[in-house]
Design a protein around this ligand. Structure first.
Ligand code: ATP
Ligand code: MG
Length: 420
């Protein structure tokens, strides 16, 4: 074993697991198409400013969790901690506002956050991200929430809790902020150190604190919903009605505020009981001011991000199907050295015909080669020895039943196609 190990909090996704991820991505791709979202690939690093301004200076992500570095010419760059800011940056930079609105886009890839690693929480983790940019229609909020639920349904997840809230807009947030500060002021000393720091800078964050003492204190705190302006209240009503109309089950959670500053109006999360403390499989909401905060024109948007590791963990805990792992169809076995060339040539005929074939590369005995064939999970072993070569045939052994039959070498590929 090498003395160099992977950095703390990052994981290798090995073949025993990567095929499960492939299933999650192929289901995601299909759902994306069904809902009219198109895929984009975004850069893994961006200007630090994009996140400090977009996500918000006073968020945990920006204050404590970013991987920020200077490149060789002294620019400050950051490994992306999330995708919404990058997606909006890309929308603006590529003038997608000139195309049909909203732009419905999705992307998947690794995110980076300097957090304490534990089950379901890593420093490099994958997100599937959907964003609809350029419309403030509440039906888009409904679509986005339902898209995430449909994705989870198709993956076979059950027992999910869907929490929805409205966090208001710049018109109503100051009203709530003041009400919240008035409520908390008498008990300020009892809050944890970070929450005391948040009291002036970003009191809304206090509702999001995981500390039980802080949670108890904020139990009866004024909710964002109680302070919504008319427009936000009407929007929230329309979202709730839309979700109810299509039969999506959800609960309103007055405490839900989410960790990123850019959310306006709708905020939502999907939780799984299977994950322990890291129970959010997906989170999202509306971010009508994100584009402006990164220097663009006012551009409303709505989206969500789901964590791939947490989806896979929940699917495993719930015994969901990942489909079939990829396996070899035909394992080619040469009987002796003199038949190696014939075996290799049969193997490439099989592969060129689009079937999965393999052979043993360890140069061991015939017996060992048969063992590898069995372990490969292949349906058939295709055996070539001097006798087969002399008669222009191969011996096909059905590795499950043990039955053998001779097939003409020229007919091999056609025959295999009929039996696989
Ligand atoms: P949490 O409250 O668990 O820290 P979050 O609110 O910070 O989550 P978001 O920024 O909303 O998370 O990201 C969306 C999703 O990405 C989360 O619901 C979760 O599934 C996943 N996620 C976030 N951080 C991590 C992480 N460090 N490791 C693995 N998955 C993560
Ligand atoms: Mg977090």
């Amino acid at each position: 074993m090498s003395s160099i190990k992977a950095p703390r909090g990052v994981r290798d996704i090995l073949p025993g697991e990567s095929w499960k991820w492939e299933h999650v991505f192929s289901v995601t791709r299909k759902v994306a198409g069904d809902f009219g979202y198109r895929e984009v690939h975004l850069p893994v690093f961006e200007h630090t400013e994009l996140f400090s301004r977009g996500v918000g200076e006073t968020t945990d992500v920006v204050e404590k969790e970013m991987y920020t570095f200077e490149d060789r010419s002294g620019r400050s760059l950051t490994l992306r901690p999330e995708l919404s800011a990058s997606m909006v940056r890309s929308y603006l930079e590529n003038r997608m506002d000139k195309q049909h609105q909203p732009a419905k886009l999705w992307s998947a890839g690794p995110m980076f956050r300097y957090e304490r690693p534990q089950k379901g929480r890593y420093r490099q983790f994958w997100q599937i991200d959907f964003e609809a940019i350029g419309s403030q229609d509440p039906l888009l909020d409904v679509e986005s929430i339902e898209l995430s639920l449909e994705l989870f349904r198709r993956l076979g997840l059950s027992n999910l809790e869907v929490l929805v809230n409205s966090v208001g807009c710049p018109a109503c947030r100051p009203v709530h902020r003041k009400a919240l500060q008035d409520f908390l002021r008498p008990r300020l000393k009892e809050l944890c150190e970070s929450c005391r720091g948040r009291f002036d800078r970003n009191p809304l964050r206090i509702l999001d604190c995981k500390n039980p003492a802080c949670q108890a204190i904020t139990e009866d705190a004024p909710s964002t919903i109680s302070c919504l302006c008319d427009e936000c209240a009407a929007h929230f009503d329309a979202v709730r009605k839309g979700l109810a109309m299509i039969g999506a089950s959800f609960e309103v959670d007055n405490r839900l505020v989410r960790g990123l500053d850019y959310y306006t109006k709708t905020a939502y999360e999907v939780l799984s009981g299977e994950l322990g403390a890291q129970n959010a499989v997906c989170g999202g909401g509306r971010y009508d001011n994100l584009a402006e905060s990164i220097g663009g024109p006012h551009t409303p948007g709505m989206g969500f991000a789901a964590g791939v590791e947490r989806i896979v963990l929940t699917m495993e805990e719930q015994g969901c199907s990942f489909g079939e792992p990829p396996r070899c169809d035909i394992f080619v076995v040469h009987a002796d050295d003199s038949s190696l060339d014939a075996a290799v040539s049969a193997l490439y005929d099989i592969r060129r015909a689009g079937m999965a074939g393999d052979m043993d590369y360890t140069g061991r005995t015939l017996r060992a080669r048969f063992k590898t064939a069995g372990a490969s999970g292949a349906a058939f072993a295709c055996v070539l020895g001097p006798e087969e070569i002399a008669s222009g045939k191969v011996t096909l052994k059905d590795l499950r039943s043990g039955e053998q039959q001779a097939v003409g070498r020229a007919e091999l590929v056609g025959f295999l196609k009929t039996v696989l």
